[in-house]
Ligand binder design. Structure first.
Ligand SMILES: Cc1ncc(COP(=O)(O)O)c(C=O)c1O
Length: 408
């Protein structure tokens, strides 16, 4: 096996030259991508944005027209970009903690926070790792305090909660079309509004905030083409693992995991070509979910009963998409051992977030240090196993055997 054979850590869609050529021919129909999403999800409004973060930013800016309150509740273990989007839109942040061995928020804590503040406009729930968050547990508090619900579906396109697609359960939601997220345009997002009466508001906010930026869009097209070339086991090491090793060696875990974000993220229009690339791959969503689920179920069947670890899984009746599988070890030392053992293995073993949201130094002053003990435990003890289409049975066998040894 080549030392450079490297499985991507998540189940991104590979893209071929033929697909790019077809997208180029279909670039004038790119704008139909929004309709594809609203048909697939069965929602009133879907709009394409240049990132999931930009979609959340536009949602929050729109929220200001719907509520005079200026605080949004975020979970304690989430992509730092969400905090930057909320802050940039002019909202303060309060945190609620998630479960010790799952990603569900603690409902009593949310109720207590809401009882203690009359400034909360919305709660953001995150369907992390393709697993539907148990949103019903917040229903009572949401009703009592008139909160709007925003779903972060960045990692969960196609996931089902009690038979319903995530992204259709709250007032607003967003999806990410970033590299490695499955369906991709390298950087991109989808904004969803579930109530038809919000359509005009979203359209007006998008009109106001989105500027055409040919240079940034040109760079994104180049990056997307580069993705098509490098997103394969033979070349992935050079663009992904090498920079990760470099920053890890320099002791900068946040940069190694590409979590060093800035608040002035771009908000610009997306070209017909990039939208057409997504349209061309749209038909792969359901079959890819099935393949990801097969791999995830294989991992959970082999590891689910092991002492020393927990696999984060869907609730009965739900359908997770599992762009990766999350393993929570009992002890932080086991995670450290796992990262050493799998370093350079090329087996697609990685991490979710470097830290709890409150612990990123660049978010100091933006995110309060509160309700983060479970998130810290997760950050210290979690690894992820890839469900990439490149992963083969022998890769999974090797990974399972090593994880079992570490958990013992
Ligand atoms: C859970 C979650 N929320 C939000 C985002 C932000 O999405 P994007 O990268 O498309 O801006 C991401 C992306 O990494 C994510 O994983």
């Amino acid at each position: 096996m080549s030392i450079f054979r490297d499985i991507p850590p998540t189940a991104g869609f590979p893209l071929s030259g033929r697909e790019f050529a077809a997208a180029y021919r279909q670039r004038h129909a790119g704008d139909l991508l929004a309709q594809d999403f609203s048909d697939y999800l069965g929602v009133a409004v879907a709009a394409i944005t240049c990132s999931g973060t930009a979609a959340l930013y536009i949602i929050c800016q729109s929220l200001k027209e719907l509520s005079s309150k200026r605080t949004i509740l975020l979970p304690s273990f989430i992509c730092p970009l969400t905090a930057l989007a909320v802050k940039r839109a002019g909202f303060d942040i309060l945190l609620y903690d998630i479960g010790e061995k799952d990603f569900n928020g603690i409902s009593q804590q949310v109720a207590d926070i809401c009882a203690g503040s009359d400034d909360i406009a919305a709660i953001l729930v995150d369907h992390l790792a393709g697993i539907a968050c148990d949103i019903t547990r917040f229903s009572l508090t949401v009703r009592e305090h008139g909160l709007l619900v925003i779903e972060d579906c960045a990692q969960s396109l196609g996931a089902l909660y009690k038979g319903k697609k995530v992204g259709t359960l709250g007032d607003f939601s967003f999806f990410s079309l970033a590299a490695g997220k499955g369906l991709t345009m390298y950087e991109g997002g989808v904004l969803v509004a579930n109530r038809p009466e919000h359509a005009a508001l979203i359209a007006a906010t998008m009109n106001r905030l989105i500027r055409q930026d040919s240079f940034v869009e040109f760079c994104r097209v180049m990056e997307l083409l580069g993705y098509g070339l490098f997103y394969r086991p033979r070349l992935f090491w050079f663009v992904f693992t090498l920079p990760e090793l470099w920053w890890t060696m320099r002791g900068d875990l946040v940069k190694a995991l590409r979590e060093d974000f800035e608040i002035d993220f771009p908000v610009h229009g997306v070209s017909g070509f990039r939208k057409a690339v997504c349209r061309g791959a749209f038909h792969r969503i359901e079959s890819s979910i099935e393949l990801q689920r097969e791999k995830a179920l294989r991992y959970s069947a082999a590891l689910g009963g092991c002492a020393g670890l927990t696999i984060v899984q869907e609730a009965p009746g739900d359908r997770a998409t599992y762009p990766y599988v999350t393993v929570v070890f009992d002890l932080p030392e086991q995670k450290k051992t796992a990262l050493k053992v799998f370093s350079g293995s090329g087996l697609g073993v990685s991490r979710i977030y470097a830290l709890a949201l409150a612990d990123y130094s660049y978010l100091r002053g933006i995110v309060p240090d509160m309700n983060s003990s479970k998130a810290r435990m997760l950050a210290e003890r979690t690894i992820t196993l890839s469900t990439s289409p490149f992963l083969q049975e022998h890769d999974m066998e090797k990974t399972i055997s090593l994880v079992k040894t570490i958990a013992r």
